[in-house]
Each structure stands twice: as C-alpha cells, then as structure tokens.
Design a protein around this ligand. Sequence first.
Ligand code: SIN
Ligand code: FE2
Length: 262
Amino acid sequence: MAFAGRNSHHGNRDFWSFRSSMTARLSSSRLRPLPQPQCLQILASHRIKPKTLFENVPHQMLFSSVPLQLAPDIWLLAGFAAGYDLLESIHAVAGSAGFRHCVVPGGKRMSVAMTNCGQLGWVSSSSGYAYLPYDPLTQLAWPAMPAIFKKLAIEAAKTVGWPNFKPDSCLINRYEAGAGMGLHQDRDERDLSAPIVSVSVNASAKFMIGGLRRDEPVKSIELHDSDVMVWGGRSRLIFHGVRPLPKNQSALRYNLTFRQAG
Ligand code: SIN
Ligand code: FE2
C-alpha cells in the first residue's frame, strides 16, 4: 500500500495540486468504493499530471471512491460514507447526550461543540483531557455507538490496511460559522497502534495536516460530506486541525472521530 509513500514526493505534490479540482466531482459521486487503491497506483506509475488527469484515467476509476495515500499511512477515502444516513444518528445521539462547548486546560472555551457515543467519550476540562465511560453532564453512560457508525469505521479502516480496528469511542464534533480546531495530536488513547478514523458530515471544511512536530509545514485539504480520513502507523501522531468555517456560513459541519481508546 506504499505506492505514494515517503519516497514519491513528486507523486504527492501532484496529488495536492489536483485534489482541489477533483473533490467536487468525487464528493458528488454515489458510487461504492473500489476494493483496492487501483486509481492512484495507475497515476503514480504513469506519472500523470493534473492537466492530463481527466483524459488518462478511465471515468469509472476517477469518479469512484478510491483510497488515496496522502502521506505515509494517511489515507483519504473520498465519498466513502455516501449512502450512510449519519445525520439521523448524530441527532439521535445528541438527543441523549447534548452537544456542549468544553473548556481546554488553559481555560479557553472550544469553538467546536462536542458529544460522544460508544463505551468511552473524550472530554476536556480546565484540569485536562480524559476518556470517560459516562457523560459528566448527566453522569449517565454515553449513548451506544450506532451500528452504522461502527460498520462504517471498521470498513474504512479495513479498506486501507487495518483489519482489526475495534472502535470503542466516537467523538462527534459540530462546527458552526467561525468554529475551527487548532493543530493538535490525538494522543490520549491507550494503544497507539490502532488508527484514527475521521468522517466528515454535511458542510465542507479545510483539514490541516502537519508533521510529527508542531513546527513542521502544514497542508490543507478540503474535506466534503462523506469523506473519510484514516491515519495511523508512521503518522499516528501527526499534528492536525480544522481551519475555522467562514463567518457567514449557515451550514453546520460535523465530524465523527472513531478511536480505539480503552
Ligand atoms: C479532530 O481532530 O478532533 C477533529 C477533526 C475534524 O473535525 O475533521
Ligand atoms: Fe484530532
């Protein structure tokens, strides 16, 4: 699965420049994923340039949800969650465990509103971050992880080489106009050999991908409804974040982050 890995800088640069022209079409696709990352293998082996992309790649490959490796062990599955009614389940979870704006250790209120489902929920307060088996607002167990959430997360991880992913935690983020998330690492999980599966729902947003150190350069990639990112392995501890949504935007963005936390 390392066709666009550490040594193919040329291929990665091509990817970043053609991604923006492809995304609208990819995300409006309702085709199911192909089983293997055939499309990018072909692109990489033929060194196809953005401007000739549409002439050289068979339509069926270009418009399917094909896994793209953005960097070592960071995968984008564009449109992979199409066909799952995620909003309905998000609303159901939020009906039992409502969205709230947590405070971070420095005392600042997060612009993103959050809730959780599954056995463990990620929470932040002025005293730190934690995974808790209950909602601190109600002292009740978090709502169960909806079956379609679990299926989607397991399928996505399996598709890009993690067949044993067992998510026990799903953090649901809700972004309103102006809300974003600063660069951070996900490092509160017990077993860092399990990947992160991150699903974008509804409005689009610019996702930032940095390196393993905070001061490394950051790239942005526009994520659309139903796009799934999976990262782990060599990139499990990458810095990442979300650029603030435009101030005048009315559509909400949601993100589901599946983790094996306990
Ligand atoms: C996160 O890293 O917790 C959120 C990612 C996202 O909203 O896409
Ligand atoms: Fe994160």
